[in-house]
Design a protein around this ligand. Sequence first.
Ligand code: ADP
Ligand code: MG
Length: 353
Amino acid sequence: MDVSIRNVRKEFDRYPALHNVSLDIRSGELIALLGPSGSGKTTLLRLIAGLERPTMGAVHFGSEDASHHSVQERNVGFVFQHYALFRHMTVAENVGFGLKVRPAATRPATSEIRRRADELLDLVQLSGLGKRYPNQLSGGQRQRVALARALAIEPRVLLLDEPFGALDAQVRRELRRWLREIHDTTGHTTVFVTHDQEEALELADRVVVMSQGRIEQVGSADDVYDRPNSPFVYGFIGDSSALPVHVERGQVWLKDRALGLSAPEASDGEAMLYFRPHDVELLDGCGGCIAGTVAASRRVAGTRRVELEIGGEQHRVEIELPVDHPAASKSRIAFRPKRWKVFSQPVEAAKAA
Ligand code: ADP
Ligand code: MG
């Protein structure tokens, strides 16, 4: 089921939690809403579910405007971080619950509900545990039951709000891979909320990066990592370095030195240069490049991170070197970013306001 969010604004007591958000989710896609706490992820998910109504704008399911349809009419499946299972019901009863409470006309026969619950428990690799009660399961197993329960109603869209948030790191990683496999098997249109960038980048077909009630960028993991389109995305996903520069006739300057970076699209004036620590090339001399004094160096997994002071102590940037690179022992290093972007400052100031 395609889901289209069109110019949605959502206010709570006049306070805007979402500003004019538009997003097209393709049928069968696994999409992650990624952003810091308070950025509006849950609000957007609840609007898709029908648990909230937009203040302005619309939510379409396929070709129909579902903005005023109830949760039941939308037929969505949910898994929340703390959406507890029913304690007094067995695992199989929990999974079959959504079918059992249907009106008689659409309710499957009891034997069919049981068969379907067993099938779903197979899918989430909990076969044989149908007779247990939730308190006899681990946290990871309970979330798998919650997913089976959400899938039981054959939802048109599956909505997951930080479903693995309460689990420890190892279990989270396992469940993440497992969820991806389940998704590839069942092909449900799925929206997954997380504040964990690693989870979003590894799991999703496309990542929607949110900040302060707005969508900052939508793209594949490679898009948002390699081609961030705003200072926020540079800062929020992965590591980045920033340096104040200025742009003159399409060239990037650091004080009185041209850096050999051309930015024909950028407007003249003060700007910030952003790049990733690993996206740099080291240079011998420095006619047009960035040179700095090594202030600190630390080993990070298979590489070395070197902190450089640029132009005295005012600005520090970080670059990444191979562990055995000769430059690692030097006190002065010259480099040029290979992939980078400049953002002019007035835009920045306007965004922060
Ligand atoms: P996230 O899931 O990204 O952490 P939320 O969507 O929960 O963010 O919240 C976005 C903003 O909307 C926050 O500032 C939050 O305080 C506010 N908000 C969310 N739900 C309500 C509500 N029911 N009433 C008032 N404010 C709310
Ligand atoms: Mg939330």
